[in-house]
Design a binder for this molecule. Structure first.
Ligand code: PMV
Length: 310
């Protein structure tokens, strides 16, 4: 039986503070939801036999949900909606995106989770949403750790690991992050495969780095829970250097990082898969406007993300 699509659904973007790549190998990661990720609206077309369409202008996506269509967004959407037993005809789905695509901010997971919510409705269990979203995530990423889909579904600040899933952290105080998109597109699957190759070729070099990134995450979680921004900043700066050593850096990430530090941030590191995408910077308490201003003066288009309680 095929059900109707629900009229709208949202999903959160995400920023990884610590632990990217290491999380693929069982280490913990620390991530936070970006509440204004993606909102999808589904409108019935007059003709129910007409192929459904998906358009997200901010991401330059405008596709027909036709099984012949090779576009990854169409394939992922068909995988998710098919899993939900949702209609693949007779709807126009339009997305309002508040995060850039392919920048390491979880855009693909916002799409797959929001589609699963359109298909299964607001009362569906989170586990059912995640199961459906994972079908789409596989189209985009091959073998994702699942961190993006978890945060897209639940939001909040989470410790995530492959075995234990997502654990929400109860922060007493919030803090601000500044996200700096480099505009360099990146491909998570390519970066993950590169790390896998280097690990296979020289495990004695890269395995200790993976473990150190995991320990950095654990120390970072402690720092976040104690609102110790000085300690968090040291850990974030070290993580950036370790990720560069892992081979997932990019000259424009280093440049954006330098600009963030020059603009007064305590720390800045690449976030997500690397090879492009974004830098996440940590301003000192009360210094977010100065860091935003300094980055804008240097030609960037930074975004603010408030982490923790409102
Ligand atoms: O897609 P991104 O840039 O958010 O990267 C995801 C994080 C990785 O650890 C690199 C991959 C994964 O599946 O966890």
């Amino acid at each position: 039986m095929t059900f109707a699509l629900h009229p709208h659904a949202t999903a959160a973007g995400k920023v990884i503070l610590l632990g990217e790549h290491a999380v693929v190998y069982g280490e913990p990661a620390l991530a936070a939801g970006l509440p204004e990720g993606l909102t999808l609206r589904a409108t019935p077309l007059g003709v129910t036999t007409e192929v459904a369409t998906l358009s997200i202008p901010a991401w330059e996506i405008d596709v027909q949900l036709d099984i012949e269509n090779e576009h990854p967004a169409a394939r992922a959407a068909l995988a998710v909606l098919g899993h939900c037993d949702a209609p693949l005809r007779g709807y126009r789905i339009v997305g309002d995106a508040r995060i850039p695509a392919r920048a390491g901010l979880g855009s693909s997971a916002t799409l797959t989770v929001a589609l699963a919510r359109l298909g299964l409705g607001p009362r569906a269990a989170a586990s059912a949403i995640l199961e459906a979203a994972t079908e789409g995530e596989r189209v985009f990423h091959g073998a994702p750790s699942g961190i993006d889909a978890h945060v897209a579904c639940h939001g909040g600040v989470v410790k995530f690991s492959r075995d234990l899933g997502a654990n929400r952290l109860a922060l007493e105080r919030s803090f601000d992050l500044v996200i700096v998109p480099t505009g360099v597109p990146r491909d998570t699957a390519v970066q993950v495969a590169g790390v896998r190759e280097r690990l296979a070729a020289s495990p004695e070099v890269y395995e200790p780095l993976i473990r150190a990134l995991g320990s950095t995450t654990m120390a970072g979680i402690d720092a976040v829970l104690h609102h110790d921004l000085a300690r968090l900043s040291t850990l974030m700066n070290s993580a950036h250097d370790m990720l560069n050593a892992l081979g997932v850096g990019h000259p424009q990430l280093d440049e954006a990082r330098r600009d963030a530090l020059e603009a007064g941030a305590l720390a800045a590191k690449l976030t997500g898969a690397g090879g492009g995408g974004c830098v996440v910077a940590l301003p000192a308490s009360g210094a977010v406007d100065a860091v935003m201003g300094g980055l804008t003066e240097r030609g960037h288009a930074p975004l603010i993300a408030r982490i923790g309680p409102p």
